[in-house]
Design a binder for this molecule. Sequence first.
Ligand code: 6PG
Length: 246
Amino acid sequence: MDQLHVFPTVAELTEAVCNQIARASCQAKAESRRFSLALSGGSTPRTLHQTMTSTAHSKTICWEAIDFLFGDERMVPPDHNDSNFRMAQETLFSLAPIPPDNIHRMQGELSPADAAANYQRELNAVLTAGNDGFPNIDLVLLGLGPDGHIASLFPGTQILEEQKKWVSAVFVEKFNSWRLSLTYPIINRARKIFVLVTGESKADIVATLFTDARAAAQLPAKRLAPAGELHWYLDAAAAKNLSGIA
Ligand code: 6PG
């Protein structure tokens, strides 16, 4: 069941998400197990990372229990402006007590095929596959693109049909570039998925997703159907066209 959480401001939204991450990471630590967290790319996560590394919140998170994964990456070097790793490095990893071995980077500097093969090996080393051959990431953080994409699962791309690989390379026509992304099989086996959507520029796609079933059926985000929990975290601006259901 999708759970919709709407907050008046981005600050309140990121505080709520941060508290969830703090609680889950410290519960994992208390139970002597790892907490796998797949980070989202794009710009929305910057505000979440800021909250996580703030004086008020950093000490509430059990950083050492977390294995940081990536939901997707642009096929660029890690110091490139477009790199999701660089954004996470600047806004999160460099500002928190995280052991480097717990950061699992997608190697955007390699060829798409090599980067996909290497990340599959990395995921195999960090995660334990279940009886169905797929692992259960504890928490996958996602953003929502204006075209309804999540991670790098873009409308009309082959990767949407991938049913076996955990991670795959995808050529995105509209950006004329390659990306690496976790696939639906592994995203939909997450214990929890949080989709963070903020700002008025997302109000239309959010309204389509939640109020226009026919149009929504074409959107990659609509195929999120985790075995676990799916939580939508919206600020008031992104939810402004949802009157009545939010
Ligand atoms: C990426 C992301 C992508 C992003 C959405 C939303 O690598 O760009 O994984 O899926 O989450 O495009 O991006 P914003 O947060 O910038 O709106």
